[in-house]
Every structure is written in structure tokens, then in C-alpha cells.
Design a protein around this ligand. Sequence first.
Ligand code: NAD
Ligand code: UDP
Ligand code: UDP
Length: 343
Amino acid sequence: QLKKKVLELEKGTKKYPETKFLNYKDRKRILITGGAGFVGSHLSDKLMKQGHEVTVVDNFFTGRKLNVEHWIGHPNFELIHHDIVNPLYIEVDQIYHLASPASPPNYMYNPIKTIKTNTVGTINMLGLARRTRARLLLASTSEVYGDPEVHPQNEEYWGHVNPIGPRACYDEGKRVAETMCYAYAKQENIEVRVARIFNTFGPRMHMNDGRVVSNFILQALQGQPITVYGEGKQTRSFQYVTDLVEGLVALMNSNYSQPVNLGNPDEHTIMDFADIIKRLVGGDSKVVNKPAMQDDPRKRKPDISRAKLYLNWEPKVQLEVGINKTIEYFRNELKSTKFSERL
Ligand code: NAD
Ligand code: UDP
Ligand code: UDP
């Protein structure tokens, strides 16, 4: 299949998804760091279809070329293999800064690298924004609220994070990334946008990502036990990726520069969630309890009043609709027999 795709490219017969034509005045040069990852690739799709020029920068730690393969060769698209811990000199109008490992097993795999990406990497992207006068949107996270004492979480809440725990490399990395954004805004007049993203799922999540949605669906599809960490009383609120992408684009193009929660307030316990996945996938997987994760937030649910008020945004995709699409995606992934095709 890969060979066929390469041949199509060589012969110039490759078909691309439909894109709008934007005239020079409206067309923006948009950089997406981490654009070959799960969220970044969906964001690339949206911005490419709108007719913008999209540059994806990725070191392929958790992202993969296959996620953006359908754009490779398109005149409006560029894919750069680059690690943002190193400086980057290109010309851009907007920067969606998403590069960072995002799932707990991935960001804990090499905590020092996670810290470097979120600190040095973010400084580099802010330096780039400073030189080009581009607007920068930071993909921050609900993890800045840590194990929250306020429920649901609104943007005024300062959070409850263990600075030396196993999640700190990510949580504190994102917290200081936010701090750096507002320092550059104040000192250098950079336009910044900060999205605090809550748990998101959908097609193109990595198979071995280790997040609850991909784990449970893959376990159910393969007839393996569904692994609930701890008693499963902890809660999460899941949003479908296309809702998030709409929110990111709305925030980038809004006049609002304070942090904004983007998430779906539909809250479930992890045990409930295991039952939902079991029901939707079918099969006869058993639910088993595994040891609880250290510092695992006990509750999480976004207060999205700000996004509603300033962006006129709210999630639209129902949980079951999104989960069914994700199940379909993983079914196909499992079918593609050659491991190399899944990379
Ligand atoms: P992902 O792992 O699929 O994507 C992250 C991408 O960043 C990958 O393509 C990876 O290769 C790339 N990357 C990592 N380090 C890099 C570096 N040093 N240089 C260049 N590229 C690098 O994860 P995702 O779910 O798409 O997350 C995207 C962003 O959204 C992340 O910043 C994450 O923190 C944030 N976020 C995601 C969620 C979620 O539930 N998916 C929730 C909160 C925040
Ligand atoms: N930087 C970058 N691309 C640019 C401009 C800057 O990667 O187009 C990096 C630069 O290497 C520096 C960082 O961004 O390490 C911060 O840049 P800034 O201009 O704020 O600071 P300075 O260069 O004065 O350290
Ligand atoms: N979880 C679980 N089983 C798994 C993976 C995760 O019970 O196989 C739990 C995890 O302990 C957490 C929740 O599901 O309470 C969400 O985990 P995830 O890694 O998806 O994201 P987090 O919100 O913790 O960043």
C-alpha cells in the first residue's frame, strides 16, 4: 500500500482531499508543531481544507507520517522533521504549538525530554513568534489543575500539582509554558492564546499511547481484560477530537488572550466508561482492577462557560458517536496486518 502511494506521488496521480482556494490576502502561513500527532493531524486537515499554507514540524516521537500522508506533495503543505528543542527559523503568521508527549506513559518515558520540549521548545516557538510577529496558541492541558480541589474546574483555579511527582514533568512543564507565553505577551507584545485541553479521543490516537480510551477499545476488540487502574471511581470527561479542533481554531482567531478550557463536560467514572466501551465493542472481555496510578487526579470536568461566552463554542459530538468512530478506526488498524503499516 505504501509503495502504491509513493508511485502515485511520483507519477503525479495522487488525489488530495478537497481544499478551498483562498486569495493571497486571506491565506495564512500556519505552523503546527506536533502536527503529525493525533490532535495536530486533525488540525492540519481543518486548516488545509480551509485553504491555508500549513507547515507541520514534528520529531516523530509519538507522531507518524501516516497521519498526514494524504497531504504530502500538496503545494500548500510542508512536513519538516525537526525537534523544537532546537531553534527553528521559518516565516509564519500563526503558530499552533502542540509539540509535547501527551499521554502519561509517553511523557513519563523520558521526563527530562518532556521538560525540555515544554520549556526550551516553547521558548524557541515564542522566539519565532517574536521575530515573525506571529500569534502563538499553546496547547496547554487540564493537568495544570493537577488533582483538583475545585469541581468542575474553571480557568480562575490555580491548581493542585505535586511538583516532584511522576506527572510533574508534564504538568509543571505546561504550567511554565503558560507562564512563558504571558511573559512574552507582556514584555515583547506577542499575541498569545492558551487552550487548556481536557481528555480528547478519536481516530489517529496512537495504538500504544496508553491512554484510557485507546487501551479500553483495543482490549475489548482483542478480547483481553479491560484494565481499570485503582477502583475506577476516578472521573474523566471526554471530548471528540473534531470538537477540540473547532475550539482551537475559534480561540486562535478570537480576541481573547486569557486561558480557555476546551473539553466536554460529560463526566463518567472510569468504571462506567469501561462498561460503555464493553457494550459498544461487544465481545466478552472482563473488567480487571490494576494498581492505582500515583497522583492520578480523582475528578476532572471542565467548566466551559468562558469558551461559550468568548468563542461561542461548545462540543457537539455525543460520546457514543465519537467512540463508535474510534472503534472503527482501531478495528481497521488491527486489520492492517503488517506492523510497518501501523507505524
Ligand atoms: P500526540 O502524542 O499524538 O502528539 C504530540 C506530537 O508532538 C507528536 O506528533 C510528537 O511526535 C510531537 N513531538 C513531541 N515532542 C516533540 C519535539 N521535541 N519536537 C517536535 N515534535 C515533538 O498527542 P496529542 O494528543 O495530539 O497532543 C497534542 C497536544 O495537545 C500536546 O501538547 C498535549 O499536551 C495537548 N493535550 C492533549 C490532550 C489529549 O487528550 N489528547 C489533552 C490535553 C492536552
Ligand atoms: N528562536 C527561534 N526561531 C526564531 C527566533 C528565535 O528558534 O525565529 C529561538 C532562539 O534560538 C532563542 C529563543 O527562540 O533561543 C528565544 O528567542 P528570543 O528572541 O526571545 O531570545 P534571545 O534570542 O534573545 O535569547
Ligand atoms: N486508566 C485506566 N486504565 C487504563 C488507562 C488509564 O483505568 O488502561 C485510568 C487512569 O488511571 C486515569 C484515567 O483512566 O484515571 C484517564 O487516564 P489517561 O491516561 O487516559 O489520561 P489522564 O487523564 O490521566 O491524563
